[in-house]
Design a protein around this ligand. Structure first.
Ligand code: ADP
Ligand code: MG
Length: 505
């Protein structure tokens, strides 16, 4: 139970780790970074621009005042007079500065701030002496400012000041000072900030929503795929994604996934069929054995002949089952890919020995072609098994005295072909591929209920393919069956021998 809490917690927040949330987050981070950078640049730029404008105005104003002062060797008194005059006429000039001050050496200050102005000849209110009246903050700032530009705070408002020296005849005679509120800088900047806040929030929200929607669209096939995969792993192999979107990477993945499921479903179906067939084939002899034993048990007086008969039947069925189980094990090993261990073998003695053993198995007319001399890289026992399977089929499909012919020939390029031909009914053309399937028997073979369970050719194919070869069926010159297989890894013994062989055939 204690596991449930964290599990529930985890699944509740799981969407946060999903593609959509991560994409939305990534978009937000990028956008916030971009907006932040743009904001800082714009904020600073606006401040600088407005401040430059103020400075420019102040400089112009200071020059204007300077131009109104006497040009040559003016006495302090004359300068003060000119400055007063200027102040009085000020309304006539396009002066934008709010504060104005001229400090004149030896003649006091002239200013539009009344408490800063010191009348000529009034020594009490000379430049650096604080007056008896309470000096305003503005006045003190103006009075103590250095030459050049400076910014001071007065009554919680920034004040931009500009002081410049007035020189006449190479001598500094006065200092002109102008001042202007710099609150417009902060105002412009806060306007920028407001705009960014509103536009940024809207953009960010829109981007997150768009990103989320986009990621939802993008990840839909992925989520569908996950759902399909879950249902498949729950056992339903018929599920498919069946994507219809644009031909992008996700679609490619979905299609590959569907194809994989097709193959898986086929493989599972084949496997199921195989198990069902195998069970069926095993049940038949078991039923026969049980029937025989039941008959025996029911008999009151059992003769030795009865026992012998039952023993014979049971033994036959047991042998049949043993063969079947052996075949199944062999096919299982073929599926695991460890069926054959090839080694070089001398072809002629191998084929002759094999053929001689075949001739003893049934009353048929056995024929053997010339065998090309050379060595074959193959698993001797397994190849012998294939040949025996094919020969047994030929025998099963012919009557006494029927033809069973084994031919072995080189196909060139290191390929060697073994073929078994007979003069039986042959294999119908439409069956020639399917006879190699596991448990496949043609209808006539099925009806006879002789022969094997339909694994002989399947085993032959497994062994041949494990050697890298190919097996195929067609018809013999006599109109019967011809089942042949070609193997790689043949080395003819010397050119002359090979030529002789070619001349003969
Ligand atoms: N030489 C042949 N002539 C005619 N039919 C054949 C021959 N060899 C194989 N077949 C057909 O191919 C089927 C599969 O053969 P096989 O795998 O050996 O199974 P089985 O011999 O157990 O029936 C046979 O049932 C038969 O119908
Ligand atoms: Mg067979």
């Amino acid at each position: 139970m204690s596991l449930r809490g964290p599990g529930g917690e985890r699944s509740r927040w799981r969407w946060l780790r999903g593609l959509r949330a991560r994409l939305a987050l990534a978009i937000s981070v990028i956008l916030v970074a971009a907006l932040g950078t743009a904001f800082v640049a714009t904020y600073r730029g606006t401040g600088t621009q407005v401040r430059n404008q103020i400075d420019e105005d102040l400089r112009t104003d200071a020059q204007l005042v300077d131009s109104r002062l006497p040009l040559l060797r003016a006495k302090p008194g004359e300068i003060a007079e000119a400055a007063e005059e200027y102040l009085d006429e000020r309304a006539l000039f396009p002066l934008s500065a709010r504060l104005f001050m001229v400090r004149i050496r030896g003649a006091g200050n002239i200013s539009n701030l009344p408490d800063l102005s010191t009348a000529e000849g009034d020594p009490r209110l000379d430049r650096d002496v604080a007056g008896p009246r309470r000096e305003s903050d503005e006045s003190r700032a103006l009075r103590t400012a250095d030459l050049g530009f400076s910014t001071v705070r007065v009554n919680d408002e920034p004040l931009r000041l500009y002081f410049v020296q007035v020189t006449r005849g190479g001598r500094a005679v006065a200092e002109i000072g102008v001042g202007e509120s710099a609150a417009s800088v902060a105002r412009a900047q806060s306007g920028v900030a407001r705009t960014f806040l509103v536009a940024g929030t809207v953009t960010l929200l829109a981007a997150i929503a768009l990103g989320f929607a986009f990621a939802t669209r993008l990840s839909r096939p992925l989520r569908r795929m996950a759902g399909t995969a879950a249902r498949v792993s729950a056992g339903d192999l018929s599920q498919r994604i069946g994507s219809t979107g644009p031909q992008d990477e996700v679609r490619v993945l979905a299609d590959a996934f569907d194809r994989m499921l097709d193959r898986l479903e086929n493989a599972f179906a084949r496997q199921r069929g195989f198990v069902a067939d195998a069970s069926h084939e095993l049940r038949t002899p078991l039923t026969v054995i049980r029937g025989q034993l039941e008959v025996l048990a029911r008999q009151t007086d059992v003769t030795p002949d009865d026992v012998r008969h039952v023993d014979e039947v049971v033994r036959t069925e047991v042998v049949r089952m043993e063969r079947l189980v052996e075949d199944l094990l062999l096919l299982a090993r073929a599926d695991e890919g460890e069926l054959v261990r090839p080694a070089p073998l001398d072809l002629a003695p191998f084929v002759t020995e094999l053929f001689d053993a075949l001739t003893l198995t049934a009353d048929r007319t056995f024929e053997l072609s010339d065998v090309p001399p050379g060595r074959l890289l193959a698993d001797e026992d397994r190849i012998a098994q294939v040949v025996r399977n094919l020969a047994r089929n030929a025998v099963e499909h012919t009557g006494p005295g029927g033809l069973v012919r084994l031919t072995v020939r080189s196909l060139g390029q290191g390929r060697l072909e073994f073929a078994l031909e007979d003069d039986g009914p042959g294999i119908p053309e439409e069956q020639r591929d399917r006879v190699f399937d596991r448990f496949h028997r043609t209808d006539t073979a099925r009806a006879r209920r002789t022969g094997g369970a339909g694994l002989g050719l399947a085993i032959a194919r497994a062994i041949v393919e494990a050697h890298g070869g190919r097996i195929y069926a067609d018809s013999s010159p006599e109109g019967g069956a011809r089942v042949a297989f070609a193997l790689p890894g043949f080395r003819a013994a010397g050119k002359r021998a090979a030529k002789e062989q070619a001349a003969k055939s």
